[in-house]
Design a protein around this ligand. Sequence first.
Ligand code: SAH
Length: 433
Amino acid sequence: MCYAIPGKITGFQDKKVIIDYFGEKRYAHNDFVKVKAGDYIYAQGGFVINVVPEKEAREILEFWKETFFKLRKVDLRLSKLEGKGEASKKTRTILDAALEGRKIKFEEYLHLFSLEDEGDKEYLYKVANFIRQKYHKNACCVHGIIEFSNNCANNCLYCGIRKDNIALPRYRMTEEEILDTVKRSIDIYGFKALVLQSGEDPEWDAGRIAKLIKKIRGENAVLLFISVGEVGKAGLKKFYDAGARGVLIRFETSNETIYSKIHPGDSLSRRLEEIEEAKKLGFLVLTGGLVGFPGQSDEDTVKDILEAVKLAPEMYTFGPFIPHPQTPFAGTKPPSLDKILKTISLLRIADPLGKIVSTTALETLAPVEGRNRGFMAGANSMMLNLTPDEHRKNYQIYPERIHENVSVDVQVREAVSDLRKLGRAPTDLGAGV
Ligand code: SAH
């Protein structure tokens, strides 16, 4: 569970600390800070991030106490199981099994993924949201992402920052710029978990990134995820030793033929090996794929969902493929919003305990309602874009990204307001926002 309101350490068990949040017990690893029973701390992604002075912690908890339980009530009301009567018998039978925690067969997942009828689809989303509420209550992770370079040595067929897109202005943030953005994100907006992402930029090799991680960790209390593509076991180890504790690396598609076609010179097995290596080293892994690649079938996406669940990541991130005009896939069509919502719901059914992101690309596909629909279909996490305004529009993995021109201030305010409407507690953001 992803709480970043302060919790109180009540004891220790094995290598973990036991933390109390309004009467609920949680456990967290402690790699970074010295703590003792009675200390108030922030934890994120299962790691203690920092100790909070008692007076400050008490004030924040006082603020949260009432809000927290109020939001829970809203969430509980919105996640009631209704609409069963509108769904077909076959759909109901499968979803009953899901609600009882029975194993769902591949063909049954495929049936759910192929649903067209509105009553069927709505009931699927309701069941997924019900399961989300049952296991996660109303907690919602809010991570920030900083895209520090759009230079890329790769030529992935679908990606707008591919090497051959010579029309795209390239940028590379300096160490100072990145450090400054990180600091602002933590100090002003209260982020406790940040993703540093880039293309595969030869000037930002693993050694240089590791140095940056060390510097960031030395100056800030934050859970760092790295997302720079494949760096091999040695590169990953450098990141871990420097103090990063997560990697974001999508496997994109589990269909080997499609994978090799769209990633010239790379293979699915190499990508999956990288993910396994990261897990072995102890990283929290965020992974998933894209839905709607040209040539990708419904069977492929259901396989992707089950492959992702097999990888047992910290968080799932699946988004729609959105065609970019300066790529070989220009002129193809993005998938429907329903396809993405179904993907989220199937993930929720296949892994009730997992965290699932409602992605930015989903919002781009369906502005205004996209993200919230994702939350109402089983998602419980989001990422806000903290890349400095002048660079953000050039991190053009696909065109017209939703937050291209929206300041971080506004993004944070909108996110908090959306979450409150849905009764979710954006507990990663701290109480100040
Ligand atoms: N170099 C890193 C980060 C790549 S960009 C890596 O290899 O992991 C981050 C993500 O953007 C990719 O994982 C991919 O899933 C997504 N992406 C790329 N092109 C896209 C497109 N046209 N539509 C939607 N998402 C896209």
